[in-house]
Design a protein around this ligand. Structure first.
Ligand SMILES: [Ca+2]
Ligand SMILES: [Ca+2]
Length: 544
Protein backbone atom coordinates (compact mmCIF):
# COMPACT_ATOMS: atom_id res chain seq x y z
CA UNK A 1 0.00 0.00 0.00
CA UNK A 2 1.25 3.45 -0.92
CA UNK A 3 2.45 4.99 2.34
CA UNK A 4 1.31 8.51 1.47
CA UNK A 5 -2.13 7.22 0.64
CA UNK A 6 -2.41 5.29 3.89
CA UNK A 7 -1.36 8.32 5.92
CA UNK A 8 -3.95 10.35 4.07
CA UNK A 9 -6.59 7.68 4.69
CA UNK A 10 -5.69 7.65 8.37
CA UNK A 11 -5.96 11.43 8.53
CA UNK A 12 -9.38 11.31 6.90
CA UNK A 13 -10.47 8.64 9.34
CA UNK A 14 -9.30 10.82 12.24
CA UNK A 15 -11.24 13.76 10.88
CA UNK A 16 -14.31 11.56 10.60
CA UNK A 17 -13.90 10.23 14.12
CA UNK A 18 -13.29 13.65 15.65
CA UNK A 19 -16.27 15.16 13.88
CA UNK A 20 -18.45 12.35 15.19
CA UNK A 21 -17.14 12.58 18.72
CA UNK A 22 -17.02 16.33 19.32
CA UNK A 23 -19.83 18.47 18.02
CA UNK A 24 -17.88 21.65 18.65
CA UNK A 25 -15.02 20.66 16.36
CA UNK A 26 -17.36 19.79 13.50
CA UNK A 27 -19.02 23.17 13.69
CA UNK A 28 -18.60 25.00 10.39
CA UNK A 29 -17.87 28.70 10.55
CA UNK A 30 -20.64 31.09 9.60
CA UNK A 31 -18.56 32.24 6.60
CA UNK A 32 -18.32 28.73 5.20
CA UNK A 33 -22.05 28.18 5.40
CA UNK A 34 -24.38 28.76 2.47
CA UNK A 35 -26.42 31.94 2.65
CA UNK A 36 -29.52 30.04 3.58
CA UNK A 37 -30.35 26.68 5.03
CA UNK A 38 -29.85 24.93 8.31
CA UNK A 39 -27.06 22.43 8.89
CA UNK A 40 -28.95 20.16 11.21
CA UNK A 41 -28.41 16.69 9.82
CA UNK A 42 -26.80 15.86 13.19
CA UNK A 43 -30.24 16.18 14.75
CA UNK A 44 -32.13 14.06 12.22
CA UNK A 45 -33.05 10.83 13.97
CA UNK A 46 -30.89 11.61 17.02
CA UNK A 47 -32.11 10.66 20.50
CA UNK A 48 -32.64 13.62 22.86
CA UNK A 49 -33.12 13.52 26.62
CA UNK A 50 -34.88 16.23 28.64
CA UNK A 51 -33.22 16.97 31.98
CA UNK A 52 -34.54 18.86 34.99
CA UNK A 53 -31.16 19.80 36.48
CA UNK A 54 -32.65 20.29 39.98
CA UNK A 55 -33.77 16.65 40.05
CA UNK A 56 -30.97 14.87 38.20
CA UNK A 57 -27.93 14.60 40.49
CA UNK A 58 -26.62 16.70 43.40
CA UNK A 59 -22.82 17.07 43.67
CA UNK A 60 -22.46 19.12 46.87
CA UNK A 61 -24.96 17.73 49.36
CA UNK A 62 -27.37 20.68 49.43
CA UNK A 63 -30.15 18.44 48.11
CA UNK A 64 -30.47 20.33 44.83
CA UNK A 65 -29.31 18.80 41.56
CA UNK A 66 -26.64 20.84 39.80
CA UNK A 67 -24.38 21.14 36.74
CA UNK A 68 -21.53 19.18 38.35
CA UNK A 69 -23.93 16.40 39.28
CA UNK A 70 -25.17 16.23 35.70
CA UNK A 71 -21.59 16.25 34.39
CA UNK A 72 -20.79 13.28 36.64
CA UNK A 73 -23.66 11.33 35.05
CA UNK A 74 -22.82 12.01 31.40
CA UNK A 75 -21.38 8.51 31.03
CA UNK A 76 -24.74 7.08 32.10
CA UNK A 77 -26.42 9.14 29.37
CA UNK A 78 -23.78 8.13 26.84
CA UNK A 79 -24.38 4.49 27.79
CA UNK A 80 -28.10 4.95 27.29
CA UNK A 81 -27.33 6.17 23.76
CA UNK A 82 -28.41 9.78 24.21
CA UNK A 83 -26.98 12.20 21.64
CA UNK A 84 -28.28 15.54 22.94
CA UNK A 85 -29.75 17.03 26.10
CA UNK A 86 -32.53 19.55 26.51
CA UNK A 87 -31.89 21.32 29.80
CA UNK A 88 -34.99 22.80 31.40
CA UNK A 89 -34.38 26.46 32.39
CA UNK A 90 -30.98 27.12 33.96
CA UNK A 91 -31.06 30.89 34.38
CA UNK A 92 -31.54 32.86 37.61
CA UNK A 93 -35.17 32.57 38.65
CA UNK A 94 -37.24 32.84 41.83
CA UNK A 95 -39.09 29.56 41.16
CA UNK A 96 -38.02 25.94 41.51
CA UNK A 97 -38.73 25.31 37.81
CA UNK A 98 -37.07 28.37 36.29
CA UNK A 99 -39.71 29.24 33.68
CA UNK A 100 -39.73 32.82 35.04
CA UNK A 101 -36.28 34.23 34.37
CA UNK A 102 -34.76 37.23 36.18
CA UNK A 103 -31.40 37.25 34.38
CA UNK A 104 -30.84 35.67 30.94
CA UNK A 105 -27.07 36.10 31.20
CA UNK A 106 -26.54 34.34 34.52
CA UNK A 107 -26.88 30.67 35.33
CA UNK A 108 -28.95 29.72 38.38
CA UNK A 109 -26.52 29.89 41.30
CA UNK A 110 -28.28 26.88 42.88
CA UNK A 111 -27.09 24.87 39.86
CA UNK A 112 -23.50 26.12 39.98
CA UNK A 113 -21.25 28.70 38.38
CA UNK A 114 -20.75 29.69 34.77
CA UNK A 115 -17.48 27.69 34.93
CA UNK A 116 -19.43 24.63 36.07
CA UNK A 117 -21.81 25.10 33.15
CA UNK A 118 -18.91 25.55 30.71
CA UNK A 119 -17.39 22.31 31.97
CA UNK A 120 -20.72 20.51 31.52
CA UNK A 121 -20.86 21.70 27.90
CA UNK A 122 -17.23 20.74 27.29
CA UNK A 123 -17.56 17.29 28.86
CA UNK A 124 -20.79 16.64 27.00
CA UNK A 125 -19.22 17.63 23.68
CA UNK A 126 -16.27 15.34 24.38
CA UNK A 127 -18.78 12.49 24.53
CA UNK A 128 -20.57 13.58 21.37
CA UNK A 129 -23.55 14.88 23.34
CA UNK A 130 -24.96 18.30 22.39
CA UNK A 131 -26.65 20.70 24.77
CA UNK A 132 -29.87 22.54 23.94
CA UNK A 133 -31.15 24.95 26.59
CA UNK A 134 -34.65 26.07 27.43
CA UNK A 135 -35.04 29.66 26.22
CA UNK A 136 -38.16 31.16 27.76
CA UNK A 137 -38.74 34.28 25.70
CA UNK A 138 -42.50 34.86 25.81
CA UNK A 139 -42.36 36.20 29.36
CA UNK A 140 -39.98 37.02 32.19
CA UNK A 141 -40.39 36.87 35.93
CA UNK A 142 -42.28 39.83 37.41
CA UNK A 143 -39.08 40.24 39.45
CA UNK A 144 -36.91 40.71 36.35
CA UNK A 145 -35.27 44.17 36.53
CA UNK A 146 -36.75 44.96 33.11
CA UNK A 147 -40.27 44.51 34.45
CA UNK A 148 -39.59 46.28 37.75
CA UNK A 149 -38.35 49.24 35.71
CA UNK A 150 -41.20 49.00 33.20
CA UNK A 151 -43.82 48.97 35.97
CA UNK A 152 -42.27 51.89 37.82
CA UNK A 153 -43.78 54.58 35.60
CA UNK A 154 -45.61 55.11 32.30
CA UNK A 155 -42.62 57.24 31.33
CA UNK A 156 -40.09 54.46 32.02
CA UNK A 157 -37.69 53.82 29.12
CA UNK A 158 -38.59 50.11 29.57
CA UNK A 159 -42.36 50.78 29.62
CA UNK A 160 -42.81 49.46 26.11
CA UNK A 161 -40.79 46.29 26.78
CA UNK A 162 -43.99 44.81 28.21
CA UNK A 163 -47.62 45.13 27.12
CA UNK A 164 -49.54 47.79 29.07
CA UNK A 165 -52.95 49.40 28.83
CA UNK A 166 -55.02 51.69 31.01
CA UNK A 167 -58.14 49.53 31.17
CA UNK A 168 -58.78 45.83 31.65
CA UNK A 169 -60.50 44.39 28.54
CA UNK A 170 -61.24 41.17 30.48
CA UNK A 171 -59.61 38.66 28.12
CA UNK A 172 -59.26 35.11 29.41
CA UNK A 173 -56.48 32.58 28.80
CA UNK A 174 -57.16 30.86 25.46
CA UNK A 175 -57.12 27.43 27.18
CA UNK A 176 -59.16 28.31 30.25
CA UNK A 177 -60.71 30.90 32.49
CA UNK A 178 -57.71 32.63 34.02
CA UNK A 179 -57.33 36.40 33.52
CA UNK A 180 -54.47 37.64 31.33
CA UNK A 181 -54.51 41.35 32.24
CA UNK A 182 -53.11 42.14 35.67
CA UNK A 183 -53.24 45.41 37.62
CA UNK A 184 -50.06 47.17 38.70
CA UNK A 185 -49.63 50.80 39.83
CA UNK A 186 -52.91 51.90 38.26
CA UNK A 187 -52.46 50.23 34.87
CA UNK A 188 -52.82 46.70 33.41
CA UNK A 189 -50.10 44.50 31.97
CA UNK A 190 -50.49 41.37 29.88
CA UNK A 191 -49.31 38.01 31.26
CA UNK A 192 -50.82 34.99 29.54
CA UNK A 193 -49.74 32.45 32.20
CA UNK A 194 -50.16 34.41 35.42
CA UNK A 195 -49.38 37.75 37.05
CA UNK A 196 -45.89 36.55 38.05
CA UNK A 197 -44.92 36.08 34.39
CA UNK A 198 -45.47 39.30 32.39
CA UNK A 199 -45.25 38.84 28.60
CA UNK A 200 -42.49 40.69 26.79
CA UNK A 201 -43.63 43.02 23.98
CA UNK A 202 -42.27 41.58 20.73
CA UNK A 203 -43.74 44.45 18.73
CA UNK A 204 -40.88 46.46 20.22
CA UNK A 205 -37.70 46.22 18.07
CA UNK A 206 -35.55 46.80 21.17
CA UNK A 207 -36.90 43.62 22.75
CA UNK A 208 -36.32 41.65 19.56
CA UNK A 209 -32.76 42.96 19.33
CA UNK A 210 -32.09 42.06 22.95
CA UNK A 211 -33.22 38.43 22.67
CA UNK A 212 -31.20 38.00 19.49
CA UNK A 213 -28.16 39.33 21.34
CA UNK A 214 -28.82 36.85 24.17
CA UNK A 215 -29.10 33.98 21.70
CA UNK A 216 -25.74 34.92 20.20
CA UNK A 217 -24.21 35.10 23.65
CA UNK A 218 -25.26 31.57 24.63
CA UNK A 219 -24.29 30.15 21.25
CA UNK A 220 -20.85 31.71 21.77
CA UNK A 221 -20.74 30.04 25.18
CA UNK A 222 -21.09 26.71 23.41
CA UNK A 223 -24.72 25.69 23.62
CA UNK A 224 -26.05 23.91 20.53
CA UNK A 225 -29.50 25.42 20.36
CA UNK A 226 -32.67 26.43 22.11
CA UNK A 227 -35.94 24.85 23.10
CA UNK A 228 -38.51 27.61 22.64
CA UNK A 229 -41.19 27.70 25.31
CA UNK A 230 -44.75 28.84 24.58
CA UNK A 231 -43.79 29.52 20.97
CA UNK A 232 -47.36 30.14 19.79
CA UNK A 233 -48.02 32.98 22.22
CA UNK A 234 -45.31 35.52 21.35
CA UNK A 235 -47.49 38.36 20.02
CA UNK A 236 -51.17 38.65 20.93
CA UNK A 237 -53.84 40.60 19.05
CA UNK A 238 -57.03 40.21 21.00
CA UNK A 239 -59.12 37.91 23.17
CA UNK A 240 -59.51 34.15 22.82
CA UNK A 241 -57.77 32.54 19.87
CA UNK A 242 -56.18 35.85 18.91
CA UNK A 243 -53.59 35.10 21.58
CA UNK A 244 -52.37 32.05 19.58
CA UNK A 245 -50.47 31.71 16.31
CA UNK A 246 -50.82 35.31 15.18
CA UNK A 247 -49.08 36.50 11.97
CA UNK A 248 -46.90 38.72 14.19
CA UNK A 249 -45.80 35.65 16.16
CA UNK A 250 -44.76 33.91 12.93
CA UNK A 251 -42.95 37.09 11.81
CA UNK A 252 -41.00 37.20 15.06
CA UNK A 253 -39.85 33.58 14.76
CA UNK A 254 -38.77 34.13 11.15
CA UNK A 255 -36.64 37.06 12.27
CA UNK A 256 -35.17 35.18 15.26
CA UNK A 257 -34.55 32.09 13.15
CA UNK A 258 -32.71 34.06 10.45
CA UNK A 259 -30.52 35.55 13.15
CA UNK A 260 -29.64 32.19 14.74
CA UNK A 261 -29.02 30.67 11.30
CA UNK A 262 -26.64 33.49 10.43
CA UNK A 263 -24.67 32.91 13.64
CA UNK A 264 -24.66 29.10 13.70
CA UNK A 265 -26.60 27.24 10.98
CA UNK A 266 -26.04 24.02 12.96
CA UNK A 267 -27.78 25.44 16.04
CA UNK A 268 -31.12 23.78 16.70
CA UNK A 269 -34.37 25.62 17.40
CA UNK A 270 -37.12 23.35 18.66
CA UNK A 271 -40.49 24.94 19.28
CA UNK A 272 -43.22 24.13 21.76
CA UNK A 273 -46.50 24.57 19.90
CA UNK A 274 -48.77 22.58 22.19
CA UNK A 275 -51.66 22.00 19.82
CA UNK A 276 -52.85 19.93 16.89
CA UNK A 277 -50.93 19.46 13.65
CA UNK A 278 -52.85 22.18 11.79
CA UNK A 279 -51.40 24.71 14.24
CA UNK A 280 -47.93 23.10 14.49
CA UNK A 281 -47.08 22.70 10.80
CA UNK A 282 -47.17 26.41 9.81
CA UNK A 283 -44.29 27.05 12.26
CA UNK A 284 -41.82 25.42 9.86
CA UNK A 285 -42.41 28.37 7.53
CA UNK A 286 -41.18 27.91 3.98
CA UNK A 287 -38.83 24.99 3.26
CA UNK A 288 -38.48 26.31 -0.29
CA UNK A 289 -36.96 29.60 0.82
CA UNK A 290 -34.71 27.97 3.42
CA UNK A 291 -33.67 24.33 3.55
CA UNK A 292 -35.23 22.95 6.76
CA UNK A 293 -37.70 25.85 7.01
CA UNK A 294 -37.39 29.63 7.30
CA UNK A 295 -39.14 29.66 10.68
CA UNK A 296 -38.53 26.89 13.26
CA UNK A 297 -36.57 23.89 11.92
CA UNK A 298 -37.94 21.45 14.54
CA UNK A 299 -41.25 21.24 16.38
CA UNK A 300 -42.50 18.90 19.05
CA UNK A 301 -45.06 16.46 17.69
CA UNK A 302 -47.60 16.63 20.53
CA UNK A 303 -50.34 14.73 18.64
CA UNK A 304 -48.21 11.61 18.18
CA UNK A 305 -47.44 11.52 21.92
CA UNK A 306 -51.17 11.61 22.66
CA UNK A 307 -51.87 8.98 20.01
CA UNK A 308 -49.31 6.48 21.36
CA UNK A 309 -50.53 6.80 24.94
CA UNK A 310 -54.25 6.87 24.05
CA UNK A 311 -53.89 3.81 21.84
CA UNK A 312 -52.20 1.92 24.68
CA UNK A 313 -54.76 3.09 27.21
CA UNK A 314 -57.73 2.04 25.07
CA UNK A 315 -56.10 -1.02 23.47
CA UNK A 316 -56.99 0.28 20.01
CA UNK A 317 -54.32 1.46 17.60
CA UNK A 318 -56.65 3.49 15.35
CA UNK A 319 -55.43 6.86 16.64
CA UNK A 320 -51.80 5.86 16.30
CA UNK A 321 -52.39 4.52 12.79
CA UNK A 322 -53.96 7.85 11.79
CA UNK A 323 -50.97 9.76 13.13
CA UNK A 324 -48.57 7.43 11.36
CA UNK A 325 -50.37 8.23 8.10
CA UNK A 326 -50.05 11.92 8.91
CA UNK A 327 -46.41 11.50 9.94
CA UNK A 328 -45.63 9.90 6.58
CA UNK A 329 -47.23 12.64 4.47
CA UNK A 330 -47.95 15.95 6.24
CA UNK A 331 -44.53 17.35 7.09
CA UNK A 332 -42.71 19.61 4.67
CA UNK A 333 -39.77 18.04 2.90
CA UNK A 334 -36.61 18.01 5.02
CA UNK A 335 -38.36 19.31 8.16
CA UNK A 336 -37.31 17.88 11.53
CA UNK A 337 -39.99 16.49 13.82
CA UNK A 338 -39.69 15.70 17.52
CA UNK A 339 -41.97 12.89 18.69
CA UNK A 340 -41.99 12.01 22.38
CA UNK A 341 -44.16 10.28 24.98
CA UNK A 342 -44.43 12.95 27.71
CA UNK A 343 -42.59 16.02 28.95
CA UNK A 344 -42.27 17.94 32.23
CA UNK A 345 -45.77 19.44 31.83
CA UNK A 346 -47.52 16.11 31.37
CA UNK A 347 -48.39 13.19 33.61
CA UNK A 348 -45.45 10.78 33.47
CA UNK A 349 -45.79 7.87 31.05
CA UNK A 350 -45.83 5.15 33.73
CA UNK A 351 -48.63 6.93 35.63
CA UNK A 352 -50.61 7.76 32.51
CA UNK A 353 -50.40 4.05 31.55
CA UNK A 354 -51.67 3.11 35.04
CA UNK A 355 -48.45 1.35 36.00
CA UNK A 356 -49.18 -1.51 33.60
CA UNK A 357 -45.83 -3.03 32.74
CA UNK A 358 -46.85 -4.30 29.29
CA UNK A 359 -48.05 -0.89 28.15
CA UNK A 360 -44.97 0.80 29.60
CA UNK A 361 -42.73 -1.55 27.61
CA UNK A 362 -44.51 -1.04 24.28
CA UNK A 363 -44.52 2.77 24.46
CA UNK A 364 -40.75 3.24 23.89
CA UNK A 365 -40.73 0.51 21.24
CA UNK A 366 -43.21 2.63 19.28
CA UNK A 367 -41.45 5.94 19.92
CA UNK A 368 -37.99 4.66 19.04
CA UNK A 369 -39.04 2.96 15.80
CA UNK A 370 -40.83 6.02 14.41
CA UNK A 371 -39.03 8.62 12.31
CA UNK A 372 -38.03 12.02 13.65
CA UNK A 373 -35.92 13.05 16.61
CA UNK A 374 -37.31 11.30 19.69
CA UNK A 375 -37.16 13.11 23.03
CA UNK A 376 -37.10 11.14 26.29
CA UNK A 377 -37.96 12.72 29.64
CA UNK A 378 -35.54 11.87 32.45
CA UNK A 379 -36.70 8.91 34.53
CA UNK A 380 -39.00 7.65 31.79
CA UNK A 381 -36.38 4.99 31.01
CA UNK A 382 -36.88 3.60 34.54
CA UNK A 383 -40.68 3.66 34.40
CA UNK A 384 -40.62 6.45 36.99
CA UNK A 385 -44.18 7.42 38.00
CA UNK A 386 -45.55 10.74 39.18
CA UNK A 387 -44.69 11.37 42.79
CA UNK A 388 -46.40 11.79 46.11
CA UNK A 389 -46.57 15.59 46.29
CA UNK A 390 -49.47 18.01 45.98
CA UNK A 391 -51.68 15.59 44.09
CA UNK A 392 -50.73 13.26 41.30
CA UNK A 393 -51.28 15.60 38.37
CA UNK A 394 -49.65 18.74 39.76
CA UNK A 395 -46.42 19.88 38.13
CA UNK A 396 -43.94 19.16 40.97
CA UNK A 397 -45.13 15.52 41.01
CA UNK A 398 -43.83 15.17 37.45
CA UNK A 399 -40.36 16.54 38.28
CA UNK A 400 -39.03 14.60 41.27
CA UNK A 401 -35.42 13.49 41.93
CA UNK A 402 -34.04 10.63 39.87
CA UNK A 403 -33.21 7.56 41.98
CA UNK A 404 -29.74 6.30 41.08
CA UNK A 405 -29.55 3.39 43.54
CA UNK A 406 -31.29 1.78 46.51
CA UNK A 407 -29.26 3.49 49.26
CA UNK A 408 -30.80 5.86 51.78
CA UNK A 409 -30.58 9.02 49.63
CA UNK A 410 -31.02 7.10 46.39
CA UNK A 411 -27.55 8.15 45.22
CA UNK A 412 -29.14 11.51 44.29
CA UNK A 413 -27.63 13.50 47.15
CA UNK A 414 -25.75 13.10 50.42
CA UNK A 415 -28.02 15.68 52.07
CA UNK A 416 -31.77 16.20 52.28
CA UNK A 417 -33.26 15.95 48.79
CA UNK A 418 -35.20 19.08 47.74
CA UNK A 419 -38.27 16.90 47.09
CA UNK A 420 -39.30 13.34 47.94
CA UNK A 421 -38.51 10.29 45.82
CA UNK A 422 -41.27 8.54 43.91
CA UNK A 423 -42.92 5.39 45.23
CA UNK A 424 -40.96 2.21 44.62
CA UNK A 425 -37.60 3.92 44.06
CA UNK A 426 -35.82 1.33 46.25
CA UNK A 427 -36.55 -1.26 43.55
CA UNK A 428 -36.94 0.97 40.50
CA UNK A 429 -33.64 2.84 40.21
CA UNK A 430 -30.74 3.12 37.77
CA UNK A 431 -28.38 0.66 39.51
CA UNK A 432 -31.04 -2.03 39.91
CA UNK A 433 -32.13 -1.75 36.31
CA UNK A 434 -28.60 -1.70 34.91
CA UNK A 435 -28.04 -5.02 36.73
CA UNK A 436 -31.22 -6.60 35.32
CA UNK A 437 -31.03 -7.66 31.65
CA UNK A 438 -34.84 -7.70 31.44
CA UNK A 439 -35.39 -4.21 32.86
CA UNK A 440 -37.12 -1.31 31.16
CA UNK A 441 -33.84 0.62 31.18
CA UNK A 442 -32.10 -2.19 29.29
CA UNK A 443 -35.00 -2.20 26.84
CA UNK A 444 -34.48 1.53 26.20
CA UNK A 445 -30.74 0.91 25.72
CA UNK A 446 -31.37 -1.89 23.20
CA UNK A 447 -33.95 0.10 21.26
CA UNK A 448 -31.69 3.17 21.08
CA UNK A 449 -28.72 1.01 20.01
CA UNK A 450 -30.90 -0.54 17.32
CA UNK A 451 -31.76 2.97 16.11
CA UNK A 452 -28.08 3.89 15.99
CA UNK A 453 -27.29 0.76 13.97
CA UNK A 454 -30.13 1.04 11.47
CA UNK A 455 -30.21 3.87 8.91
CA UNK A 456 -33.81 2.92 8.08
CA UNK A 457 -34.95 3.36 11.70
CA UNK A 458 -32.88 6.48 12.21
CA UNK A 459 -33.58 8.49 9.08
CA UNK A 460 -35.64 6.30 6.79
CA UNK A 461 -39.07 6.99 5.34
CA UNK A 462 -42.23 5.77 7.01
CA UNK A 463 -44.91 3.74 5.28
CA UNK A 464 -47.96 2.59 7.24
CA UNK A 465 -49.19 -0.94 6.46
CA UNK A 466 -52.91 -1.79 6.29
CA UNK A 467 -54.80 -2.39 9.53
CA UNK A 468 -56.99 -5.40 10.17
CA UNK A 469 -60.43 -5.10 11.80
CA UNK A 470 -59.77 -8.47 13.44
CA UNK A 471 -56.71 -7.05 15.23
CA UNK A 472 -57.58 -3.43 16.14
CA UNK A 473 -54.69 -3.11 18.62
CA UNK A 474 -52.00 -3.96 16.07
CA UNK A 475 -50.12 -1.34 14.10
CA UNK A 476 -47.47 -2.12 11.46
CA UNK A 477 -45.22 0.01 9.32
CA UNK A 478 -42.16 -0.05 7.10
CA UNK A 479 -39.08 2.13 7.49
CA UNK A 480 -36.89 2.43 4.41
CA UNK A 481 -33.51 3.95 3.69
CA UNK A 482 -31.20 3.25 0.75
CA UNK A 483 -30.06 -0.35 1.16
CA UNK A 484 -32.24 -1.17 4.16
CA UNK A 485 -35.90 -1.96 4.67
CA UNK A 486 -37.26 -2.59 8.16
CA UNK A 487 -40.66 -3.92 9.23
CA UNK A 488 -42.14 -2.90 12.59
CA UNK A 489 -45.19 -4.55 14.22
CA UNK A 490 -46.65 -3.64 17.64
CA UNK A 491 -49.59 -5.02 19.58
CA UNK A 492 -50.91 -2.22 21.80
CA UNK A 493 -53.66 -4.34 23.30
CA UNK A 494 -54.18 -6.79 26.16
CA UNK A 495 -55.06 -9.77 23.90
CA UNK A 496 -52.80 -11.75 21.57
CA UNK A 497 -53.35 -11.05 17.88
CA UNK A 498 -52.58 -12.67 14.55
CA UNK A 499 -52.15 -10.48 11.48
CA UNK A 500 -51.10 -10.99 7.88
CA UNK A 501 -49.10 -8.57 5.77
CA UNK A 502 -47.98 -8.66 2.19
CA UNK A 503 -44.37 -7.54 2.28
CA UNK A 504 -42.10 -6.16 -0.41
CA UNK A 505 -39.23 -8.42 0.63
CA UNK A 506 -38.45 -11.60 2.50
CA UNK A 507 -37.29 -13.45 4.46
CA UNK A 508 -37.04 -11.64 7.73
CA UNK A 509 -33.96 -11.04 9.89
CA UNK A 510 -34.98 -10.38 13.50
CA UNK A 511 -33.58 -7.12 14.94
CA UNK A 512 -35.70 -6.71 18.07
CA UNK A 513 -38.35 -9.31 18.74
CA UNK A 514 -40.21 -9.73 22.01
CA UNK A 515 -40.69 -13.25 23.44
CA UNK A 516 -43.28 -15.40 21.67
CA UNK A 517 -43.64 -13.01 18.74
CA UNK A 518 -43.65 -15.21 15.65
CA UNK A 519 -43.29 -14.48 11.96
CA UNK A 520 -43.92 -17.09 9.31
CA UNK A 521 -44.46 -17.24 5.55
CA UNK A 522 -47.99 -18.13 4.51
CA UNK A 523 -48.00 -21.11 2.19
CA UNK A 524 -50.14 -19.54 -0.52
CA UNK A 525 -47.79 -16.83 -1.74
CA UNK A 526 -44.10 -16.12 -1.27
CA UNK A 527 -44.45 -12.56 0.09
CA UNK A 528 -47.48 -12.93 2.34
CA UNK A 529 -46.48 -13.27 5.97
CA UNK A 530 -48.31 -14.07 9.15
CA UNK A 531 -47.40 -12.58 12.53
CA UNK A 532 -48.46 -13.87 15.91
CA UNK A 533 -48.09 -11.00 18.38
CA UNK A 534 -48.81 -11.55 22.10
CA UNK A 535 -50.36 -8.77 24.19
CA UNK A 536 -48.16 -5.65 24.52
CA UNK A 537 -45.38 -6.96 22.28
CA UNK A 538 -43.25 -5.63 19.46
CA UNK A 539 -41.24 -7.07 16.60
CA UNK A 540 -38.70 -5.38 14.35
CA UNK A 541 -37.22 -7.23 11.35
CA UNK A 542 -34.96 -6.35 8.47
CA UNK A 543 -36.33 -7.48 5.12
CA UNK A 544 -33.84 -9.10 2.83
CA1 LIG B 1 -26.35 20.89 44.66
CA1 LIG C 1 -46.77 36.87 24.34
Amino acid sequence: MNRLLSVRALALLCVALVSCATPSSSRPSAEAAPASGWQLEWARGAVFYEVFVRSFADSNGDGVGDFNGLTSKLDYLKGLGVEALWLMPMFESPSYHGYDVVDYEKVDSEYGTQEDFDRLVREAHQRGIRIVIDFVLNHTSAQHPWFVESASSPQSPKRDWYVWRQDNPGWKQPWGDGPVWHEKNGAYYYGIFWSGMPDLNYRNPEVRAEVKRLASLWLARGVDGFRLDAARHMVERGPGEEQNDTPETHDFWKEFSAHVRSVRPDALLVGEVWSDSKDILPYYGSTEKVRGGDELPMLFYFPVAEAILDSLQYGDAARLHARIEEFSTAFPSGALTAPFLANHDQVRVATRLEGQEGRIRVAPAVLLTLPGTPFLYYGEELGMPNGPVEGRDRDPAKRLPLPWDGTEKAGFTTGKPWAPFVAGWQQRNVAAQLADPGSLLQRYRKLIQLRHDSPALRVGTLKPLPRSDAAPAVVAYLREAPGERVLVVHNLGASPATVSQVLPGAPLDPLFVDPQVQAGAEASTSNSWQFVVPAYSSGVWRLR
